[in-house]
Design a protein around this ligand. Structure first.
Ligand code: UD1
Length: 387
């Protein structure tokens, strides 16, 4: 048996780890996984609920790190994760995505000379003001093995000097999870409140998420984006499960976020419906039937592409270019007129032709487990040779 530590910490990590654990179980793999939850996200709605409904077993370790500045959060994860690595002595550490937990665990693993594999490697927004871009660049600079979701990810890594034998284009674990959850999605997995909401929604409605610091930490930008949303919501309902960071800032900046409380009896024809963060299945059941998704999330650009739902991204760039070049995503920027224009196009069914990217077929995790099993035995070759 070879031991691998899988690290998850924030909401978008959980759905990427779940299918890898399932693939290890399904294959009766020779890998022995140890699951570490850093506790970067800790509210039940941002964390625990995801573990339950994604069918992830209890982690062997919960580091209970919680919130803090980037330095505090990253440093605290490193201190506690080092203790876990020293105790468990894993052959490999596997990290996903681009959150603070990703880079913190990566630094610890490499300083202890443990093999490091990065799932969702090679993505680049080229925007170094984004904390996630720094996490992506630094994690990839020290990883031994890279799993990419799209060809551009592979090209970025090769152009940064990594040898092609270490870089594996496997597709996307997040899409594995999406297809898995869609297959088993049933009424019983959806909460009463979301089921009631669905009953009063018209055919056309918008789903939105917004939590990027660049959009929600600046009062003027947040005010301008909320005005665009209010404008859109005059014609259609906009369903907005709100991240704690955004909720806090809307109140701190005194921004008008007048919201509707749906009446179970009456169809909603328009208005902003702001909710607490939702579990995976609750949110999936809402966005998969929406006319358009308005977001600044990375993962939703990809999930909407996989289901060909129009997606309008409120950012100036994307590290996931395949979603815009062949998928259903447009990178609108943060200009209110542009955002409103794209949303109206989608509501009027004037959208571009799109297709699902290669290898987004629900089998990325199985490919990853196969490769990990092979590479684990040649670890020394991978970790000791040059990049
Ligand atoms: C993190 C990720 C981001 C990801 C997002 C998804 C980094 C750098 N960023 O951003 O890439 O898209 O998660 O949700 O890792 N809070 C709570 N409860 C929680 C977690 C956070 O109330 O369970 C509040 C706290 O006030 C905290 C703030 O939200 O200070 C921000 O949380 P943090 O984990 O620092 O970053 P996110 O904005 O969630």
């Amino acid at each position: 048996m070879k031991k691998i530590i899988l690290v998850a910490g924030a909401r978008p990590n959980f759905m990427k780890i779940a299918p890898v654990l399932r693939a290890i179980d399904k294959k009766k793999s020779s890998l022995q996984p140890v699951l570490v939850h850093t506790g970067q996200h800790y509210d039940r709605k941002m964390s625990g609920a995801f573990f339950d409904e994604l069918g992830i077993r209890e982690p062997e370790y919960n580091l209970e790190i919680g919130s803090g500045s980037h330095a505090v959060q990253t440093a605290n994860i490193m201190i506690k994760f080092e203790e876990v690595c020293l105790k468990e002595k894993p052959d490999w550490v596997v990290v996903v995505g681009d959150v603070n937990s990703t880079i913190a665990a990566s630094l610890v693993a490499k300083k202890l000379n443990i093999g490091l594999a990065h799932i969702e490697a090679g993505l680049r927004s080229r925007d170094r003001t984004m904390p996630e871009e720094i996490n992506r660049l630094t994690t990839d600079a020290i990883s031994d093995l890279f799993f990419t979701t799209e060809p551009e990810g592979t090209e970025n890594l090769i152009s940064e000097g990594h040898s092609s034998e270490r870089v594996h284009f496997v597709g996307h674990v997040m899409i594995d999870n999406l297809f898995f959850q869609l297959n088993r999605l049933s009424e019983s997995l959806i909460s009463d409140s979301v089921r009631n909401l669905q009953q009063v929604l018209p055919e056309k409605y918008v789903c939105m998420t917004m939590h990027r610091p660049s959009n929600v930490d600046d009062p003027e930008i947040l005010r301008q984006l909320m005005q665009a949303v209010q404008n859109i919501s005059r014609n259609v309902p906009v369903i907005f499960p709100c991240h704690p960071r955004t909720r806090k800032n809307l109140s701190a900046f005194n921004i008008n976020s007048e919201t509707l409380s749906p009446d179970e009896q009456k169809e909603i024809t328009n208005g902003l419906v702001m909710l607490d963060p939702l579990g995976y299945n609750d949110f999936l059941s809402l966005w998969k039937n929406s006319s358009v998704v308005l977001t600044d999330s990375g993962g939703l650009q990809e999930e909407t592409t996989a289901l060909k739902i129009p997606c309008v991204t409120m950012r100036e760039n994307t590290e996931r270019p395949v979603t815009a070049s062949i998928g259903s995503n447009v990178v609108a920027g943060i200009n209110p007129e542009k955002i409103i224009g794209y949303v109206n196009d989608a509501l009027g069914k004037r959208w571009k032709h799109c297709r699902i990217p290669d290898l987004w077929d629900g089998k990325a995790s199985e490919r990853i487990v196969d490769i990990l099993e092979t590479c684990i035995f040649s670890r020394s070759a991978l970790t000791q040779s040059k990049r």
